[in-house]
Design a protein around this ligand. Sequence first.
Ligand code: FNR
Length: 344
Amino acid sequence: MDPINILEYEALAQARLERASWDYYQGGSEDETTLRENRAAFARIRLRPRVLVDSSVIDMKTTVMGTPVSMPILVAPTAAHGLAHPDGECATVRGVGAAHTLMVVSTVATRAATEVAKAATGPLWFQLYTHRSLEVTARLVQRAEESGYRALVLTADTPLLGRRERDLRNNFELVNDVSFANYRGEMDHPDKDRHRFDTWETVDWLRTQTKMPLLVKGILTAEDALLALDHGAHGIIVSNHGGRQLDGAIASIEALPEVVEAVAGRCEVLVDGGIRRGTDVLKALTLGARAVLVGRPILWGLTVNGAEGVHHVLELLRAELTLAMRLAGRPTLASIDRSLVKLS
Ligand code: FNR
């Protein structure tokens, strides 16, 4: 029987994956407080629906950083899809293309960014973890640009990995033919070999290395949003890395309003973390996000049914968002505004 929501995909994926892979995908850092908060914070937000609005026609097509997408739901960068499916990111990208939205491909993908681009039928952005050698980093960025990636996402919240205790307990490592393809030959292990600590100067430098628009991912405060603008970032992704970095960090949906307020329309603001329902997407749009990204649910779909599973997860979210917009009396993206939420 087909899953009727993405939480059913979660249960099916858990049953299929080896324990260590499941824990790697699912886990957060330390006490997993932020991981839980990402969901709990959505549950605290209540909607104020309007009635007797003609919602027969729903339009959710939009653009993000100039990239056209069929809905404001994108795929977040997540590492190591090869644990979920033998084709790894090449399977994921087919499912994402079928849903006519965009995928942010991780630096620590198990397939090379160039190979993923060949398998893609829709738009791609590239997520960057810098290498300690700027030369290697620049090559990686150039390769992404040359193979058609349309934006660069610098992940700023990961100077070091958070303490993910499930992985420590499992002695988690990528094995056999599942390994990090982008740095093959240049770096044995991205977590161990990276080091260099990025600063705002990294953002300045990156802007000189590419014509792609640059987004900074992992911002949770108004202060950093303003710095991102000062340093010429073209977009911001409000994120706590799915609760995998600083435990105790604020839920990303709670950080979103202050970032949106600080930015005041000067760049697009996206958000990820804990989005599991169409109503979560609606809440994020209401609080000023241009679009949302989903992380783990894509890995569940990929585990359960490859590219089709990824496509189905995205279609379930689209169907739920369509229904939520109808029930809220907000048939267009433009009609979704702050009056739709009551924060308590
Ligand atoms: C991530 N995330 C992540 N982020 C990033 O910028 N580069 C990466 O390589 C990864 N890798 C990664 C692996 C796994 C298994 C997970 C679960 C997450 C974070 C990701 O982009 C996103 O911020 C969160 O996953 C969003 O939260 P949800 O949707 O998983 O709750």
